[in-house]
Design a protein around this ligand. Structure first.
Ligand code: GCW
Length: 681
């Protein structure tokens, strides 16, 4: 297989003798109880992984015996004497959680993997294998882990012609032409990868897709994928175009209060559940960027979402209704629109509706303050939407470790219920008691040999899954895990490369959008700088709308003297953002329009500070190149070369960003570049 195809699951041989013998003892006699499809998946994974890691063949026993050294069984099936020894009660790991527990007797060491469900066992097995890949000592393992979030989801923006909106890793994985009969091995490996990090839901189609996916011909194909994913605990969702009743149903309207429309969606839901009894539900983009929605009929988001929710409720399906809405009609500040269209409706959505909110109020920028909707709708399940594909962060060309960005958002304090009201607590329901919780990431996966284009893009998929499982995990720890599993456990490799990963996010902010600048990308594709673009038909598409640079200064005033978007935040947060002295400098120009000679915290002028940030970003990428050169012995020549070429492009483009932005902004600031900032080449 080509380098990278195996993802973080290539199960390299454990060379260190002490660990290898410890693991071999544990794997000496493996017993897996049960017969279900998921149990078969567990056995397959063990039969793949253990011989590769430990270098010996083995068989899996179906009964617990004297010599059983690894026992994988649901709590219900675990023999009494073992239950007694591990002293756990079955409630401690919930529906999807698991326990890994070592039992050491004088004669031997055992490891027990137990859970309430077979899916829990699968997650436990993957974790056990991951710990071996990370060379962890399992002698005294005693781990209980349960997911903190219910719906841990990938959103694919895949079109039926296999192009992927904002996809930079080849074409869509879903080969609609060959489905349903032909099941590509990639579907299975994709499901394994997801299950290995706990991802349990996928929406297959683009939120901008047409309605064809809901026609019988395609539903047969979706069913085949759902069946492939089911043993891995993954539920399939589909995007539902609001005007589908017109486009594929022959109706004249899609008005959510029209009886025929209501019945059409009910019949559609029944039809889908006949084929896919555990279908997850619909993901909907409505009245956003020209997509149809309830507002076309003078109805609101509640009318639209609840109509679909009623159709799905008898089957236990969900509606995931996106809050990414903006239009030219509300153009004084695009950042405010979602909050104003949704927050007044808190409490009116049916219980099986989740509102999916992007991490920031504009659009997946390298850095945005957290979206003011988090914590502002205490009676509505609010689901996170992160973007794993790097639309605004250098596509799959630049190395930017995204879990660092996600962590910053998850840790942000909304103050909606007082101090400590972090976004993570909003999402997992612990702050406001939501009954159903979710986190989605727009997938960065395509049919490239290595799935994600950039080899380090895999870390974003991996890390997103880990953070959806537990939004309190440390992103540096996640990088550590991924590096060990993917490349090498050698500290001389792991330490510098981990450092490179965790600083890569700040690097991209510095060379693209420092000090709170945003949306200054070239139009349409969003690759490369375009702060000068001003002629697009809609004001809120033009970069000049966002930076507002002129001879007096730069930045978007979102305080009460400007758009007053800060009023959407809880009081102490609004106050902090309102004053440039207390506003964190990384958000300065997001919230303030300031003169070029405004004094930054370190004493230098805004112009000089901005220029220096751009330079710092370039320097950071140069350092990444240097680091990568030093670890050559630890990765294959092919992998080394690949990342090396990508970093060379990234460095060149960091300079491109610096030069383009500084030359352009200089036409307003009319000041020299400070010492230490390189002149454009
Ligand atoms: O980020 C923007 C993208 C669009 C996308 C839209 C959305 C799917 O530029 O390509 O459309 O957001 O999230 O709906």
């Amino acid at each position: 297989t080509p380098a990278g195809y195996e993802l973080w699951m290539d199960y390299k041989k454990v060379e260190m003798p002490s660990l290898s013998s410890q693991y071999s003892n544990i794997a000496n006699e493996v017993t897996v109880l049960g017969e279900g499809e998921t149990i078969q998946v567990i056995k397959n994974e063990l039969l793949l992984a253990l011989p590769q890691m430990l270098g010996s063949q083995f068989e899996i026993k179906k009964e617990v015996g004297e010599k059983s050294s690894m026992i994988i069984a649901t709590w219900a099936q675990l023999p009494q004497n073992i239950k007694k020894q591990i002293e756990l009660d079955d409630e401690s790991f919930g529906n999807e959680g698991f326990t890994l527990k070592s039992l050491n007797t004088k004669k031997a060491q055992k490891v027990i993997v137990t859970a309430n469900s077979e899916i829990g066992l699968l997650y436990g097995t993957f974790r056990l294998l991951a710990l071996m890949q990370q060379h962890s000592d399992l002698t005294n393992i005693n781990l209980v882990d349960t997911p903190k979030i219910d719906i841990r989801m990938l959103n694919h923006w895949d079109n039926l012609d296999r192009t992927v909106e904002r996809g930079y890793a080849g074409f869509s994985l879903w080969n609609w032409q060959k489905l349903p009969e032909f099941i590509d091995q990639r579907y299975v490996d994709y499901a394994r990868a997801n299950a290995s990090v706990g991802i349990n839901a996928v929406s297959l189609t683009n939120v901008n897709a047409n309605a064809l996916i809901l026609t019988p011909m395609y539903l047969e194909k979706v069913k085949a994928l759902a069946e492939t994913f089911r043993p891995y605990g993954i539920k399939v969702y589909l995007t539902a175009r609001f005007s589908a009743p017109i486009e594929i149903g022959g109706l004249e309207s899609a008005d959510p209060l029209n009886q025929k429309v209501i019945e059409w969606w009910q019949a559609k839901a029944d039809e889908i559940y006949d084929l896919i009894p555990d279908f997850g539900g619909f993901l909907v983009k409505a009245n956003s960027e020209g997509q149809p929605g309830p507002q076309n009929y003078d109805r609101n988001h509640v009318d639209g979402a609840n109509m679909m929710a009623k159709a799905l409720a008898p089957h236990k399906g969900n509606v995931i209704w996106r809050a990414f809405v903006y239009s030219e009609h509300d153009a004084d500040d695009r950042a405010k629109q979602a909050y104003s269209e949704f927050v007044p409706y808190d409490g009116q959505f049916l219980p099986n509706v989740l509102v999916q909110v992007k991490n920031g109020a504009i659009d997946f920028q390298p850095r945005e303050p957290f979206h003011p909707m988090f914590g502002a709708m205490s009676k509505t399940p609010i689901m996170m939407e992160f973007q794993i594909t790097k639309e605004y962060l250098g596509f799959s060309t630049h190395l930017v470790y995204l879990p660092k960005l996600y962590e910053e958002v998850l840790e942000a304090d909304t103050y909606q219920e007082g101090k400590g009201s972090t976004v993570a607590k909003v999402l997992d329901g612990s702050l406001q008691g939501q009954q159903i919780t979710g986190m989605a990431g727009v997938a960065n996966i395509g049919n490239d040999l290595n799935w994600t284009g950039h080899p380090f893009g895999q870390a974003d998929w991996y890390g997103f899954g880990r953070q959806a499982w537990n939004p309190y995990l440390d992103s540096e720890k996640i990088a550590d895990e991924w590096l060990r599993m993917t490349f090498s456990n050698d500290e001389k490799f792991v330490e510098p490369i981990k450092e490179m990963m965790v600083t890569s996010r700040e690097a991209v902010v510095n060379y693209m959008n420092p000090l709170g600048l945003h949306h200054i990308f070239d139009t349409g594709h969003h690759y490369g700088p375009g702060p000068w673009v001003s002629e697009l038909s809609r004001p809120e598409w033009n970069p000049v709308y966002y930076h507002q640079a002129d001879e007096n200064g730069i930045g978007f005033d979102r305080t009460p003297s400007g758009s007053n978007a800060t009023a959407q935040y809880a009081q102490p947060v609004a106050e902090m953002f309102n004053d440039p002295k207390t506003c964190p400098e990384e958000y300065l120009l997001w919230f303030h329009h300031l003169p070029w000679d405004y004094q930054l915290k370190n004493g230098e002028t805004l112009w000089n500070g901005l220029a220096r940030k751009y330079q710092e970003g370039v320097n950071q990428v140069a350092k990444m190149q240097k680091t990568w050169n030093q670890i050559k012995p630890y990765v294959s020549a092919e992998q080394h070369k690949e990342v090396n070429m990508l970093l060379t492009i990234q460095h060149k483009e960091a300079k491109w960003w610096r030069d383009a932005c500084l030359l352009y902004f200089q036409t307003f600031s009319k000041q020299e570049l400070p010492v230490g900032v390189e002149k454009p080449e």
